[in-house]
Unconditional design. Structure first.
Length: 313
């Protein structure tokens, strides 16, 4: 390839570059442009001034290139015009700035993935299992436990009263379970368990006769101070000879307490008979007030009693 041909190929590019430089010079010399705008021979004056500027820099620029630069300035060529806002432009800008927001977005995405994964693959199955377990317990397990307790009471009791009470307790419990009332179902089971345990108890209700402990006492009831209530102090002794702790309703306040010693209200005649028995030699010859046998709910008293009891005196 000849030198002449190479120069011819380069010339257009050089002229374009020079024209761009002219436009750039004019943009940086807005005072020059604005001053020259008032003249009638605007283009000629701008070209003369530009030629002088380039000559001072040691650069020789043809009038054609200078004219092309002036025209390019007027036509806003070589000027970058930002694109109008749009979805595509916004996405492009996001993509360009991905190094800034990318790590944070990735971290957020990982947190969301882990959180959603834990929710759908761990918490939701666990919650469903809990709900299903509660449903099975209320619909199957607790009613079956009620039936088993009822059957034990039915087989072990020697009084119809226990069967009647057990039927009522089981009925209330199953109704509660069917309604989703877990507390009511569990209360029925507790009541049935207590009734069964009460049937299985065996003990003698003995009048206490030891040093430092009263054998009996009397009080004036608050609602009728003209009357007198007589009590003998008792304890329940099991078949192994050890005292038992039993729930006793205090007739003075209606509260139930678990106690090992309490007072049973008796007629004055019973109270005096116990008192006289002890006065003879300081020992109670007849110290058994009643007997609780297996399969029965209540104590079979061998002395007359009035049925009330107190836990404190």
């Amino acid at each position: 390839m000849s030198t002449t041909t190479a120069t011819a190929d380069k010339a257009p590019l050089d002229e374009v570059m020079l024209a761009m430089d002219v436009v750039d010079t004019l943009r940086h010399r807005q005072d020059l442009v604005e001053r020259e705008l008032a003249g009638d021979a605007r283009e000629k004056q701008l070209i003369d001034k530009l030629r002088e500027i380039y000559h001072q820099q040691g650069i020789e620029v043809t009038d054609a290139v200078l004219m092309e630069g002036v025209k390019a300035l007027d036509e806003s060529r070589f000027v970058y015009t930002p694109p109008k806002p749009s979805l595509g432009v916004s996405l492009a800008r996001l993509y360009v700035g991905r190094k800034k927001w990318g790590p944070a977005a990735l971290a957020i995405a990982l947190v969301l993935v882990v959180g959603l994964g834990g929710y759908f693959f761990a918490y939701r199955p666990y919650q469903a299992a809990q709900v299903e377990g509660a449903r099975i317990e209320l619909s199957e397990k607790l009613p079956a436990e009620m039936d088993a307790l009822y059957q034990s009471i039915f087989e072990e009791t020697k009084v119809q009263q226990a069967v009647t009470q057990a039927e009522q307790m089981r009925g209330r419990g199953k109704t509660a379970a069917a309604e989703g009332n877990r507390a009511g179902a569990e209360q029925a089971i507790a009541s049935l368990t207590g009734l069964r345990d009460q049937l299985r108890q065996e003990y003698q209700l003995k009048i206490v006769n030891r040093e430092g402990q009263k054998t009996g006492f009397w009080t004036f009831p608050e609602i009728n101070t003209a009357a007198t209530n007589y009590y003998v102090v008792v304890e329940a002794v099991g078949t192994d000879g050890k005292p038992l702790t039993l729930p006793v309703v205090n007739e003075e306040n209606g509260q139930t307490e678990n106690v090992s010693i309490w007072g049973v209200r008796v007629p004055e005649s019973t109270y005096r008979a116990v008192e006289n028995d002890k006065k003879d030699d300081g020992i109670l010859q007849r110290n058994v007030l009643g007997v609780k046998e297996y399969g029965f709910l209540d104590v079979d008293y061998v002395m007359p009693v009035l049925g009330g009891a107190v836990t404190r005196w």
